[in-house]
Design a protein around this ligand. Structure first.
Ligand SMILES: O=C1CCCN[C@@H]1CCCn1cnc2cc(F)c(F)cc2c1=O
Ligand SMILES: [Mg+2]
Length: 485
């Protein structure tokens, strides 16, 4: 099937669903909220994982794998850790025809699975820091509208869980990981994000503080959390008795962090860069960076053209560029152009008789459609330049679009107008939770309520006497507000 039935600016939901299927990333599954991730998605996940895993190994993280299952009493260990989450927990209650003695939960996150063993493994300060990361799936039986990559009942993620002797070490690592998440989004997925701190109401209830990278989807005017890095303080050390003998011979509780990014990141990339021809892939995460297509001509030697295409692919692959050719006889060149545009391949190379005669290649960019005739002798160099140019252009374009949606407001009326205008709102806030709750109450409705997305680390100047947009009280900080996913 070629071409898109829905336009991105007309029907975003249907457009998105069509792009992820037509680009062969996703196959819908017969259980709601569950999706099949096909190679075109998994290869992107693996490219991100390759980068992130290498970076956390530099930070001395060790790979672990903990069980998928957790007992009821362990999961319930701490009320405020999973309070409010209970409806999302999936349970195994039978094996075959017989009931299990006690129901077993499928991990929605792994704190309660891991921390009893952290308690066992950490005895003295020589056992610290403990740095554990696992790549796995988690299950959260959510009921709000399921969306491929963005909100699914099972998703893939990495979850890092670390323990330190001091708060300083924990605080430092929280930000080191957050910077890696910024790089995942900005340097690989070409998606601009804002680093900041979650409010007391929006943070992970079991932790001390939460930092996150926040993205924004202009088409829906919704913020979306890209990844999160929590300092847990000593809360879980207290719950799970994770202590160590310090150098004074007494016992101290450890300081812990936990952090994650998920396959949601792929969905954010699709939403950000996709267009009405389909997916648009940033080269650094493109499973295929160049597709070479022979353009045969009547009574011209097709074999020579195909051989030239093979030679070009080999040359590009030797240079570390992910390239392939499409020699399928039963499809026209035009059909192939549309197919590989739908899949978002950053560069297309067309080789026809004229190109052969002139020892050149016709190179076409997916992001802006620009065409160039490149001498085959310069091809590797030019392809590298073009791929870097596409990566940069996608990021800058996304940044400009996101910044065009940014609205600084100072009053309630400005806030409501900006909210209804699908803006990414920056507003002065008195930092009172009651006010946050009040804004939620006053903005709830069909599209969901507005909430704080994060308080950006980069704070604009806050002139003395600036009032909170919602309460009129003295503002303490600038925060991002908006509807969200
Ligand atoms: O966000 C992270 C990073 C990786 C490790 N976990 C933390 C906090 C997860 C917060 N959270 C998030 N969702 C949950 C859903 C549940 F069903 C449940 F039982 C518990 C949770 C839950 O604790
Ligand atoms: Mg949730």
């Amino acid at each position: 099937k070629l071409g898109m039935a829905f336009k991105k600016d007309d029907n975003f939901g249907e457009w998105y669903s069509e792009v992820v299927v037509n680009s062969e990333m996703i196959e819908y599954y017969d259980i709601s909220g569950c999706y099949i991730l096909r190679p075109w998605a998994m290869e992107i996940w693996e490219l991100l994982k390759e980068f992130f895993d290498a970076e956390i190994k530099k930070l001395k993280l060790k790979p672990y794998y903990f069980p998928l299952f957790v007992t009821e009493n362990v999961l319930q260990k701490e009320k405020d850790h999973i309070e409010g989450f209970a409806p999302e927990v999936a349970w195994v209650t039978k094996s075959g025809k017989s009931d299990l003695e006690a129901p077993i939960a499928i991990r929605p996150t792994s704190e309660t699975v891991m921390y009893p063993y952290f308690s066992k493994w950490i005895r003295s300060h020589r056992d610290l820091p403990l740095r554990c990361n696992q790549w796995c799936n988690v299950v959260r039986w959510e009921f709000s509208n399921p969306t491929p990559f963005i909100r699914s009942r099972e998703f893939l993620w990495q979850e890092g869980h670390t323990a330190f002797a001091t708060k300083e070490e924990a605080d430092e690592e929280v930000l080191q990981i957050l910077e890696l998440y910024r790089r995942i989004y900005e340097e690989f997925l070409a998606v601009p994000v804002s680093k900041g701190r979650k409010s007391e109401m929006e943070k992970f209830a079991g932790g001390l503080y939460t930092t996150s990278v926040e993205a924004f989807i202009p088409n829906t005017g919704r913020g979306i959390q890209g990844a999160t890095s929590h300092c847990l303080g000593q809360n879980f050390a207290k719950m799970f008795d994770i202590t160590f003998e310090n150098d004074k011979g007494s016992r101290s509780m450890v300081w812990q962090n936990s952090w994650a990014y998920t396959t949601r990141s792929i969905g954010v990339m699709v939403m950000t860069h996709g267009d009405d021809k389909g997916l648009v892939l940033p080269p650094r995460v493109a499973p295929l960076q160049v597709i070479v297509i022979p353009v045969p001509y009547k009574d011209v030697d097709t074999t020579a053209i195909v051989n030239e295409c093979k030679r070009i692919v080999e040359t590009l692959e030797k240079a570390g560029i992910r390239a392939d050719l499409d020699t399928r006889e039963n499809y026209s060149p035009g059909w192939k152009y549309s197919h590989w545009e739908m899949k978002g391949v950053p560069l297309r190379i067309e080789i026809g008789p004229k190109d052969m005669a002139n020892n050149q290649a016709r190179v076409v960019r997916r992001d802006n459609g620009a065409k160039a005739d490149v001498p085959t002798a310069d091809l590797v160099e030019q392809v590298r330049v073009l791929l870097d140019g596409i990566q940069e252009n996608l990021f800058e374009t996304a940044k400009q679009k996101r910044d065009a949606c940014l609205k600084v407001v100072n009053t309630w009326d400005e806030f409501i107008a900006a909210l209804n205008d699908k803006k990414f709102i920056l507003a002065p806030w008195c930092d009172e939770e009651e006010v946050e709750k009040d804004v939620k109450a006053r903005t709830k409705g069909e599209l969901g309520a507005a909430k704080t997305l994060c308080t950006p680390f980069e704070q604009p100047d806050l002139p003395e006497g600036t009032k909170c947009f919602a309460s009129g009280k003295p503002a303490k900080k600038w925060s991002f507000w908006g509807r969200s996913y």
